[in-house]
Each structure stands twice: as C-alpha cells, then as structure tokens.
Design a binder for this molecule. Structure first.
Ligand SMILES: [Zn+2]
Length: 116
C-alpha cells in the first residue's frame, strides 16, 4: 500500500504545498495548490483535493468545531488585551508602592531626627 503522493507539482513546476481549508463548506479539507499562490493570485491555477469530500455529519461537526475555535480565538484576544492592561496597571502600582515606601522611610528619618 502506498502513501499519499506528497510530491505533486503545480503548473509552475514547483512542489505543490498541501494546505488545509478553514471554511464552513469544507472544514479542514486538505488540498494541493499552486506553490506560487500568494493569497491573491493563483499563478498557474493548480488545485487538487487531497482529502475526499466530507459526509454531511462531518461537515456539521466541522462547522461547529470551527465556530468554537473562532469563538475561543476571539475570547483569547480579549483576554490577552486585558492581561496587557493589567500588566501595565501592575507596573504602575509597583512604582507607586516603591515611591510610597521611599516617602515612609524619609518621613521616618525626619521624625527620628526631630525627636532627638
Ligand atoms: Zn503554480
């Protein structure tokens, strides 16, 4: 039994990369595409499915999972922003704590000198 042909070449003569679709109509279905594809133009137009079509239940599950992934990524982004904000607050609180301790030490020294 032979494995999948991962040495497929596109019309540009380059090894066609195996890519994964992240769209609801073909969730995580893999395909070979043009090696020169840059996100805008498909240089030679090469395209070949690697995976067979997904059954209706697989599509449904895939769509649900992709929605959950998108929701979690969105939530993660919000949490990262909150964490950055909290780190900034913590840094300024540390500075304020340091300054307040310096003031306490100076005030203590002044009070000790005045008490003599
Ligand atoms: Zn190509």
């Amino acid at each position: 039994m032979s494995g999948p042909d991962l040495k497929m070449r596109c019309g540009c003569g380059l090894r066609a990369p195996l890519k994964t679709l992240w769209i609801d109509t073909n969730p995580q279905r893999r395909f070979f595409g043009c090696a020169s594809y840059d996100g805008k133009s498909n240089a030679c137009g090469f395209f070949a499915w690697f995976d067979p079509p997904t059954c209706p239940r697989g599509m449904e599950v895939g769509r649900d999972l992709m929605k959950k992934v998108r929701d979690l990524e969105s939530e993660n982004k919000v949490l990262k922003q909150s964490m950055t904000s909290l780190k900034r607050s913590m840094t300024s609180l540390k500075v304020m704590l340091g300054v307040s301790w310096a003031v306490v030490v100076v005030m203590g020294a002044l009070l000790m000198r005045a008490a003599k």
